[in-house]
Design a protein around this ligand. Structure first.
Ligand SMILES: Nc1ncnc2c1ncn2[C@@H]1O[C@H](COP(=O)(O)OP(=O)(O)O)[C@@H](O)[C@H]1O
Ligand SMILES: [Mg+2]
Length: 375
């Protein structure tokens, strides 16, 4: 019979070594030590009596199970991570040309014109741009309240020039920003660079390119990302760089320097004409009452974003649709249906948010004016 005290000491030692190895990430060593600890506990159980024997047997089993799981957990993590990253790269490689045209975007005529001059025509008419010695290149930052069509415009640009559309979200990159995701960003730029025409669209730019000087992780990220931009953008006129943000004041000013996201374009809430266009589009071919007055809804929806209008129309259809199912007939949508929803569904963009944009735009305006004065 083995000395129980010796067995107990041996058990303690294996457990200690196992824990240490696990903490250091040496899972193979941890696994072996826990396995030995389990076996030792089994020996201790065998020489024990009654209730104590049962308790020790269970403990031995639990430790053996634990040791088996260590290996599995690690394998699983590795697998998941590997797949994740592969998926991401695959997703980029499968980037497609979107099917949203400029004509689908309501209003924003000035914005469309600026984008045509800056991004679309240089690609479609390179000879003309050469003839006039027009400057090209550099990224564009679309900013404005949420739901105003920034993502939509980015896709429409890709569609108009026949470019592959590579979209990434700032927050996604940040949450995965460890060694490998730098690599992923690099491979994204490389992949996009290989195409005849491509657009890299970075949504939520503020979370990726926040102001430096407050958080070292952010600073490191900003520096690295700016390097990527400098390395690729501008060298290939057929690789366009587009960003979007609802919080332009949070972006580091180095990101909007010349050669980077140097042109900032404000995407405002839709005006009356744009709202009418969207309402008509959303109600197209839908049964509406004879005296359905779309202009009334246009007036009622000041400060509603494009996304709000889409949701409003969708919700206004709910009641008539329900009734139509219940009565197995066609029930027309009326202005009353819209009134009912409008009462409970205020615009998603608040006035204080709008004021922030107004202040920001004023700041930019006065900066430009000052610069002109100096010249
Ligand atoms: N100017 C617009 N023209 C047409 N639809 C719009 C417009 N703005 C918003 N929408 C609708 O709202 C949805 C959300 O818009 P999105 O482009 O994602 O907004 P943002 O990127 O500015 O937050 C779009 O898919 C579209 O259906
Ligand atoms: Mg968007």
């Amino acid at each position: 019979m083995e000395d129980i005290e010796l067995l107990n000491n041996t058990f303690d030692l294996y457990m200690k070594k196992g824990k240490e190895a696990k903490e250091k990430g040496n899972y193979a060593l941890a696994k072996r030590n826990f396995m030995l600890a389990g076996e030792t506990m089994m020996k201790i159980a065998k020489v024990s009596q009654g209730k104590l024997k049962e308790v020790r047997l269970n403990r031995a089993k639990r430790i053996v199970e634990l040791s088996e799981r260590i290996g599995l957990e690690k394998e699983k993590k590795k697998e998941e991570k590997g797949e994740d990253e592969e998926d991401e790269v695959k997703k980029w490689q499968q980037a497609q040309i979107p099917n949203i045209h400029f004509s689908d975007v309501a209003g924003l005529d000035d914005v469309k014109k600026a984008i045509k001059i800056r991004m679309i025509n240089p690609i479609l008419y390179p000879d003309k741009y050469k003839l006039y010695n027009k400057k090209t290149g550099g990224g564009v930052l679309l900013y404005g309240p949420p739901g105003t069509g920034k993502t939509m415009i980015a896709k429409a640009i890709a569609c108009e020039v026949g470019a592959k559309f590579y979209a990434v979200k700032g927050s996604d990159i940040v949450s995965k920003w460890v060694g490998e995701s730098e690599q992923n960003i690099n491979s994204l730029f490389e992949e996009a660079n290989k195409q005849d025409r491509s657009i890299i669209f970075i949504d939520e730019m503020d979370s990726l390119l926040g102001k430096r000087g407050q958080d070292i992780h952010n600073d490191k990220r900003v520096n690295e990302f700016l390097q990527q931009i400098d390395g690729f953008a501008g060298r290939n006129p057929n690789l366009l760089l587009l960003g979007a943000t609802n919080r332009p004041w949070d972006i580091d000013s180095a990101a909007t320097r010349s050669g980077r996201f140097s042109q900032k374009i404000y995407i405002p809430l839709p005006d009356e004409k744009a709202r009418k266009f969207m309402l008509e589009k959303n109600m197209k071919n839908v049964p509406v009452s004879k005296n359905f007055d779309i202009d009334k809804i246009v007036k009622q929806t000041e400060l509603y974003s494009g996304a709000d209008i889409e949701e409003l129309c969708d919700r206004a259809k709910d009641e008539p649709l329900l009734k139509a199912i219940e009565t197995d007939s066609v029930i027309e949508v009326t202005n009353k249906d819209f009134d009912n929803i409008l009462k409970i569904f205020p615009p998603s963009v608040t006035e204080s948010e709008l004021k922030k944009f107004a202040d920001y735009n004023n700041e930019i305006d006065s900066l430009i004016k000052n610069r002109r004065k100096k010249k």
